[in-house]
Write a protein that binds this ligand. Structure first.
Ligand code: MSP
Length: 647
């Protein structure tokens, strides 16, 4: 069997259920796994739960439960939630399993045999919350550096000679520039090692919970020493065959558990036993809320699936899509060097701008125009050079980002082709080509569709269900082979396209929810809808100054969909120069969505916003009224750039 591409997450403490902080690490690992599978690697993706240790025992006691029953219950929540977020792990290890206990005891025994373990007395502080030993000089105002309570401990324990591994460890870090990522974290680790690595206490007095030290039931193995061994236990070690799974290509984790544990203790343990070191350790930064790390103890937990369910309810997008939107948010904002702050406002804003506006628009416009201008199937013709280049660059940038596990940059690379596509549509203006019977039209539409197909492939590891939905609308099978992404062969001429079905309905943000920092600031003026215009006799004369107060501009309809529960209203997304507006108009009886997409319209842009059937309208379309009361939309006599003023 060939060596698998092994990816691990930390194993999670079972004192708390999963939240978006812990989900972040697991999502990063899942994106890595999916990407490597698309590249043809056989992947072994490992996650699990950390169930020994005082922290868990005390949490069980607090809950009034037997520790085993308690860990069974919470571990199963982790095991269930990950597939709910479309996380495809291959193995889930629990440290209470026999395979883990056997590996830990064997590991301990080998280190003892090799002279790396000795007995002594530990006297110092212990932080149960992070299961960490601290010296007096480590404390800050009598607490751990993370602000946790500490207790004084004096015990006869076993020690691991970590100090003797400082040199080989530094040599390994120097020789392997990608061993610790990102660079900022590597520097932290190097300075930690340079301060001098201390021997580590690796056992605790047996509290009746944990893995007994081999040959000494009065002690249990220190929970971090035990937990780190999960990575090798899951490979089947010490039984033969583990070499197919180890060393890991990448071990993902948060920055808090990199320096002291994964980048020093863990490699030293491996060197001691004589096992190879993992290729890369990635320590991402934290997701904060209200200035603090998201964690159960801080009481600021956001559950990923609840976040998705709420989004689905508020936006009316499908639940699968909402789960993908949570995945997208995490991938796009994955904190690397610096912590990033989670806010519901930013989450909503990214949904509207990156998903509804960018990706949703690119999909809807491309499909609507393919139906309108080339009969609804993939045309032949050649893809235009600028599209070829944008596609190649997006794919290459994605690959480069993934070499150093910059999931945030990879996500941005995928979006670069989406942003290109929206601009390309605006500048190549297929509606104008169609009007002039320009022979470039099929090639332009093909270029648009190939950009979409590329986007489908590039977003797949981040948003698997959305990628499937895009493929379905393109009438194509899912693009899962990385080498095919961006190729002409991925888009077969003559394939029937489905009608556009909006995947990401826009979120209506109330004023309170309106984000403070908008990427594209929305203009103040908004307006009432256009319920079929009533004929009104011209009553009072107005002056030219009165008329000048009414601001009219040329716009173009990008998206159109009927307003649910109304047989008159149509919800439109209209581009007016640099800005986009949502306009609700009473034109459904006279126009279908397809009639409207890509049509130019005249918009009154300074009417006060109004809600129609609960949907905000930010402008009004000008229309005449026919004999039956139906709308006849006004449009410029010839194409005018969107945003042009009308007098
Ligand atoms: N059990 C140990 C890991 C042992 S691995 C051999 C542990 N568990 S944990 O549940 O507390 O945290 C697991 C991971 O979740 C860590 O990588 C941690 O950094 C990450 N996160 C927990 N909260 C987080 C945020 N708010 N933001 C980012 N990552 C967070 O440590």
């Amino acid at each position: 069997m060939s060596k698998k591409y092994t990816i691990t997450t930390p194993i999670y403490y079972v004192n708390s259920v999963p939240h978006i902080g812990t989900a972040l690490t697991t999502l990063a690992a899942d994106v890595t796994a999916r990407y490597q599978k698309m590249r043809g690697r056989e992947v072994f993706f490992l996650t699990g739960t950390d169930e020994n240790g005082l922290k868990v025992k005390e949490a069980a006691e607090k809950a009034g439960k037997d520790p085993m029953a308690f860990v069974d219950e919470i571990s199963s929540k982790f095991k269930e939630i990950w597939p709910g977020m479309f996380i495809e792990f291959d193995d889930f290890i629990r440290t209470t399993e026999p395979r883990h206990r056997i590996a830990v005891q064997e590991f301990f025994r080998i280190l003892q045999e090799k002279g790396h373990i000795y007995t002594g007395t530990y006297e110092g502080w212990y932080d149960v919350s992070s299961e960490t030993f601290y010296k007096e000089s480590d404390l800050v105002d009598g607490k751990s550096p993370d602000g946790n309570e500490v207790r004084w401990v004096k015990e006869d324990n076993y020690f691991f000679r970590m100090s003797s591994f400082a040199e080989p460890l530094m040599a390994h870090i120097d020789a392997n520039p990608n061993f610790i990522l990102p660079e900022t974290r590597k520097n932290e680790v190097v300075s930690f090692i340079k301060q001098g690595l201390r021997d580590v206490c690796i056992s605790r007095a047996n509290p009746g919970w944990g893995i007994p030290v081999p040959g000494d039931d009065s002690q249990v193995v220190y929970v971090w020493f035990d937990a780190l061994i999960n990575y090798i236990a899951a490979t089947g070690w010490p039984k033969p065959g583990w070499e197919d799974y180890w060393p890991a290509e990448v071990q993902w984790m948060g920055k808090d558990i990199l320096t002291r544990f994964h980048a020093t203790l863990w490699p030293a343990m491996l060197l001691g036993v004589g096992l190879p070191l993992p290729e890369t350790l990635v320590g991402h930064a934290w997701l904060l809320m209200g200035g603090e790390k998201i964690s159960k103890s801080k009481g600021n937990v956001v559950a990923p699936l609840e976040l998705a369910a709420e989004l689905s309810e508020r936006s009316t997008c499908a639940l699968d899509v909402a789960i993908d939107a949570v995945r997208f948010y995490m991938a796009a904002t994955l904190p690397v060097d610096n912590d990033s702050v989670f806010t519901y406002e930013e989450f909503d804003r990214k949904y509207n701008t990156d998903l509804a506006n960018d990706l949703g628009n690119a999909l809807n416009r491309s499909l609507a125009m393919s139906h309108k201008f080339v009969g609804g199937s993939v045309p032949g013709g050649s893809v235009e050079e600028e599209a070829v280049q944008a596609i190649a660059k997006a794919k290459a940038d994605f690959e480069t980002a993934m070499v150093t596990f910059r999931i945030d940059h990879a996500t941005d690379a995928a979006w670069s082709v989406v942003r290109f596509l929206n601009k390309y549509i605006d500048t190549r203006a297929p509606w104008a080509l169609a009007k002039n019977n320009d022979p470039a039209l099929p090639g332009v539409i093909r270029s648009m569709l190939l950009c979409l197909r590329t986007a489908e492939g590039l977003v797949r590891s981040i948003m698997p269900k959305t990628a499937d939905a895009i493929a379905a609308q393109l009438g194509s099978s899912p693009l899962t082979d990385w080498s095919q992404i961006g190729t002409e062969g991925s888009l077969i001429e003559g394939t029937a396209l489905s009608q556009p079905k909006p995947i990401f309905p826009r979120l209506e943000l109330t004023k309170k929810e309106e984000p403070k920092k908008m990427e594209q600031p929305k203009p103040q003026p908004t307006a009432t809808p256009i319920p079929a215009q009533k004929e009104e006799a011209v009553a009072t004369e107005i002056t030219i100054d009165d008329f000048a107060k009414v601001k009219l501009k040329v716009g173009r309809v990008l998206e159109a969909e009927p307003v649910e529960g109304s047989d008159k209203l149509m919800k439109l997304q209209v581009v007016i120069g640099e800005e986009r507006r949502q306009i609700v108009a009473g034109i459904r009886k006279s126009y279908s969505a397809e009639d409207l997409i890509s049509r130019q319209v005249i918009v009154c842009v300074n009417l006060k916003p109004a809600k129609l059937r609960g949907v905000e309208s930010q402008g009004m379309l000008l229309a005449a009224t026919d004999a039956d009361g139906g709308a006849i939309l006004l449009q410029p006599d010839k194409e005018a750039p969107e945003g042009t003023g009308v007098k």
